[in-house]
Design a protein around this ligand. Structure first.
Ligand code: ZN
Length: 663
């Protein structure tokens, strides 16, 4: 049987994927194949939704840090009004800083969470700010220039002040020590006490507490300030609602119109019960070709995992590639029933695991410029259990990564031998996509909590363990003959390419994303690390995986892929137990013992080898532009998708045209 290969062939050969390169970042662009074939109505819908998406940019920037918007405005003003030598070290440093804060949606690195270190002097900056025309100064109400500089100079130049956006360090007050803007004037203990008092352990359909609020203290009392029309971020949310209303008018069908209108109601009321109603309508709309998210979705930006960052992705179905995921999801119950997990923690009826491959039309908020390649929503556990979830793979984004990374020399440097290099060349594109499909449409959707277990019981380790669970589910089944039987893989050993890459990444190559002397903080990196280290240790006796030294370089050697698959299965069983029982202590130990600490010697070696390749460890994207074509009566007769905008131009245009919170 033939494998279902994706439609990469449709990509134009001469498309320029590489846009910009600075610090540890490479900016790419992606294509939107199939957009021109959409109906006029669908094109209008996409256009309105992309406008709604771009209106939320400032929300995320402000959520990421209290001073972010003011700093962005100020640095942009200096950058665009600068009259001096644009090739001077100070100006180059300022440009770099601006590119970084655009990419991080704030003054902290999007991944490491560390504050950017400016490569220009405070004296240079202060002089430029003082030379700005008065009307270019983003002063707060009643603030003088000197007062503004006193505050912002400390935020920008003092490395110890607001050092980390999200602090996950075990044993510290995670709220007080995190520089994000989701809490103010409250301690972790106060926040936990506040929400514990609200939560009813017997509520089978709890709302997502704190999802859309900032928690502050007013008159000595802890209170929530909702993000909504008339509340926090009102000016941006009003604009989002305006474009959503236009989208509702051209909805493809009643089900889609219903969830768009419910989302508008949520933005108008801030009511989380309404958000659950919206999520249910959205999860159950599996027929529409055009789809989108536009809300407060993922809570990785909150050390307690409650308040969500704003994001939006607009997309449409990639019919050809969706055949692959529909085969997987239509067999969801088989996968659930046959997993190594304890039967008590399995779902008796895996409901509505819908999966599709999509073409992203725009990325915004927490998904821009850095973006996920797969999404599985909604996040609410009971909604997923009762109404199913939607799982998508962003194939045009994956293809752009693939195309842009060809010839980087990464695998040639780090793989043990030519055998692994060739195996990855041959099988990794499809195996990687399947890993994402299985992770998103089966992994996250599988399993159940025991009755009465608090879904937040794993606290700061929840996200890492959840990602680990989904990865383990995917890894375990990648090696299952079932995938060949279903016609998804045509080579029974193709999975080995993904196993090799996963372990090589978890043990070695992902360390390229960590600065010397630092430990691993980010959830997805911690999960890859704990899985790989655990398998290395537990397979030691049988030499399943070995770390081999050759010519002063460390390599991963996998001797037995079948046994490795068994180890993935054993660990999946344990991680599911931890989640189902809410076993915080076991979860903490697993992550802290295997997923956090970095061996400084290996780290140093990997960084050195990596540096020689000169590859950016992080990538992100600029968006295409959508241009409506109007007739003489002002009706839209077509929408054109335009590529080619560079990174600086796009960011400055967004700040000019889509910045309702700074006006
Ligand atoms: Zn995931």
């Amino acid at each position: 049987m033939t494998a279902l290969i994706s439609t990469t062939g449709a990509m134009a050969q001469d498309f320029n994927y590489n846009v910009d390169r600075f610090a540890d970042i490479e900016v790419l662009r992606y294509q939107v194949p199939g957009f021109d074939e959409l109906s006029l109505n669908q094109k209008k819908l996409v256009y309105y939704l992309t406008e709604a998406a771009q209106q939320g940019r400032d929300i995320l920037t402000d959520q990421n840090g209290k001073y972010n918007l003011q700093i962005r405005q100020l640095v942009e003003a200096v950058y665009t009004n600068f009259k001096g030598d644009r090739s001077s070290a100070d100006f180059k440093g300022l440009e770099l800083y601006l590119k970084q804060i655009w990419f991080g949606n704030g003054i902290h690195h999007h991944y490491s969470q560390d504050k950017f270190v400016p490569q220009f002097t405070q004296a240079f900056f202060d002089a430029q700010v003082k030379a700005l025309p008065k009307d270019k100064l983003p002063l707060c109400k009643g603030q003088t220039l000197d007062q503004m500089l006193t505050v912002l100079d400390r935020v920008i130049f003092d490395p110890t002040y607001m050092a980390k956006r999200v602090n996950q360090a075990d044993g510290e007050d995670l709220i007080v020590t995190s520089a994000n803007n989701l809490y103010e004037g409250v301690t972790q203990a106060e926040v936990e006490a506040y929400f514990n008092a609200l939560k009813d352990p017997n509520d089978a359909t709890p709302i997502s507490y704190g999802l859309n609020t900032k928690v502050v203290k007013e008159n000595g009392k802890v209170v929530e300030k909702p993000y909504k029309v008339g509340g926090l971020y009102s000016r941006a949310i009003v604009n989002i609602v305006y474009w959503l209303q236009k989208a509702a008018e051209v909805a493809e069908n009643d089900a889609q119109r219903a969830h768009i209108e419910k989302l508008i109601e949520f933005y108008e009321t801030g009511d989380l019960k309404t958000f659950d109603d919206y999520s249910i309508l959205w999860a159950e709309d599996t027929k529409s070709d055009i789809d989108f998210i536009n809300a407060f979705i993922e809570s990785y930006g909150d050390p307690l995992g409650m308040t969500a960052n704003w994001e939006s992705i607009v997309n449409f179905r990639n019919n050809e590639a969706s055949r692959r995921t529909s085969i997987i999801s239509s067999n969801a119950q088989w996968f659930e029933d046959n997993s190594p997990v304890d039967p008590r923690f399995k779902k008796k009826n895996v409901k509505g695991v819908s999966a599709k491959v999509i073409t992203a039309a725009i990325l915004a908020g927490d998904s821009y410029p850095s973006t996920p390649i797969g999404i599985n929503l909604p996040n609410s556990n009971w909604i997923r259990a009762a109404h199913g979830s939607k799982s998508v793979t962003l194939e045009n984004i994956t293809d752009a990564y693939d195309e842009a990374s060809k010839g980087s020399g990464m695998n040639e440097e780090f793989a043990y031998s030519n055998v692994e290099v060739e195996m990855m060349k041959k099988h990794l594109t499809l195996a990687d996509k399947l890993h994402t499909d299985l992770h998103e449409c089966l992994g996250h959707a599988s399993g159940q909590l025991l009755p009465g277990v608090d879904p937040d019981a794993l606290k700061a380790y929840g996200a890492t363990l959840e990602e680990g669970r989904a990865d383990l589910f995917a890894l375990y089944y990648l090696g299952d003959p079932k995938l060949v039987e279903l016609g998804i893989f045509d080579d029974p050993n193709a999975y080995q390419a993904e196993y090799y890459k996963y372990i090589m990444n978890g043990l070695l190559t992902q360390l390229t994303r960590i600065e010397p002397g630092k430990n691993i903080e980010e959830s997805h990196m911690r999960n890859r690390k704990f899985i790989s280290e655990w398998c290395l240790e537990k397979g030691k006796k049988d030499k399943v995986i070995q770390l081999v030294k050759r010519g002063g370089k460390t390599y991963v050697k996998i001797n037995d892929y079948k046994k490795l698959r068994n180890l993935f299965g054993q660990l999946l069983k344990e991680v599911q137990r931890i989640k189902s029982e809410g076993d915080f202590e076991a979860g903490r130990k697993l992550v802290e013992n295997y997923g956090v600490k970095v061996d400084p010697k290996i780290h140093k070696e990997i960084l050195k080898r990596y540096e020689a390749l000169n590859i950016a460890p992080y990538k992100g994207f600029v968006n295409p532009t959508y241009r409506p074509v109007y007739d003489n009566n002002g009706n839209i007769t077509d929408v054109k998708v335009v590529y080619g905008e560079n990174y600086i131009d796009q960011m400055l245009r967004y700040s000019r045209d889509y910045s309702p919170l700074t006006k």
